[in-house]
Design a protein around this ligand. Structure first.
Ligand SMILES: [Zn+2]
Length: 342
């Protein structure tokens, strides 16, 4: 909460300063221009010098500010495997001088390109050389060569190749006493289908946001009981691999937002129990399941560390735990890659 608030207030203070500074430069410059007695070459020199000084100061501030942002933005661990993350540097694409319309509508700040993997838009952050795409790799991906499509602000689309390595995930055999949660009867299927649509829509959420904090905190204290990617068998029957990370903790243990975000949806789902979805911007979506209680409502802005609910065992759960999913470009990835001390 403190971190988000301070960065935001710093940014708004900076924006106000920048506006005031620009207005000041304009005022000074036009004052010089208005004194027609001032020879035009002096106007050029003084007006220009003042403007240059202000611009240099503003650029220095922008540089300091972006460096501070970068320094504070811990990246997830890159692990280009199925269910992992590829971090791909993109060529810097300055807006050409001739594209005056882009400059006027978007300002002089650098504009990130758009990147797509498997047709899904990927998250982009600034880095030292320009931009980097943080790309989620689907668990079912066959190891090999893949391409990221990059659309610069202006100009033609290009592609950047990257390699997905192989990874073997372990198998897990789970015995459930409630057979209904293994093979739901027809009367539950309608509910399950409806909920699947809601869950699909939540993960497909895209919100334009420039400053995204990837510096996650652990959402609940407790042992990591079931890793991401486990190939699971319920009462001997193969089911989808584990699409999240389980943290075992007593019922009532507080669940906190790992990073700033907005609540997309909450609900009580057949398999997932009481659930909260958070949107952290640019397709970075997280999900918290089996909660005993929910402390937030859809549309609410949430700061990093804010309580969103408590651990429980609602839905399909063999014991109290938090099931935590992290999604990038509508692809579930290993949440452990985001955890501190990883
Ligand atoms: Zn789980």
């Amino acid at each position: 909460m403190i971190k988000g608030t301070s960065i935001n207030s710093l940014k708004s203070r900076w924006r106000r300063w920048k506006c005031a500074q620009n207005a000041h430069v304009l005022r000074v410059h036009s004052a010089f221009s208005r004194i027609s007695a001032l020879p035009s070459h002096l106007d050029r020199i003084y007006g220009g010098t003042l403007r240059l000084k202000s611009q240099a100061l503003a650029s220095l501030l922008i540089l300091t500010f972006s460096t501070a942002l970068l320094a504070g933005n811990t990246l997830p661990r890159a692990e280009p495997v199925p269910g992992g993350i590829a971090i791909i540097s993109l060529p810097a694409s300055p807006v050409p001088e001739k594209d005056w319309w882009v400059r006027i509508t978007q300002g002089n700040a650098p504009i990130p390109p758009a990147a797509y993997f498997n047709g899904q838009r990927a998250l982009i952050i600034p880095n030292e050389t320009g931009w980097a795409a943080i790309v989620g790799i689907p668990l079912e991906t066959t190891p090999g060569e893949y391409r990221l499509e990059v659309q610069p602000v202006t100009g033609i689309k290009e592609t950047i190749g990257f390699t997905v390595r192989g990874k073997e995930y372990a198998a897990q055999y789970i015995t459930l006493k409630d057979q209904r949660k293994v093979e739901p009867p027809p009367e539950d299927l309608k509910r399950i289908e409806k909920e699947a649509e809601q869950i699909k829509a939540a993960f497909a959420q895209w919100s334009e946001q420039r400053d995204i904090s990837l510096d996650f905190i652990r959402p609940a204290q407790g042992d990591l009981s079931s890793p991401f990617g486990l190939r699971r068998f319920f009462n001997g029957q193969p089911r989808n691999p584990h699409s999240g990370l389980d943290i075992a903790a007593p019922i009532g243990t507080l669940v906190r937002a790992p990073s700033d975000g907005t609540v997309i949806a909450t609900g009580d789902y057949f398999f997932n129990g009481n659930t909260v979805f958070l949107d952290h911007g640019q397709g970075l979506v997280t999900m918290y399941c089996h909660l005993s209680s929910i402390a937030v409502r859809p549309g609410q802005r949430i700061a990093r560390g804010a309580i969103i609910g408590a651990v429980g065992m609602t839905g399909r759960a063999t014991g109290p735990h938090l099931h935590w999913s992290v999604s990038l470009n509508n692809t579930r990835v290993d949440p452990a890659l985001f955890l501190p001390g990883r």
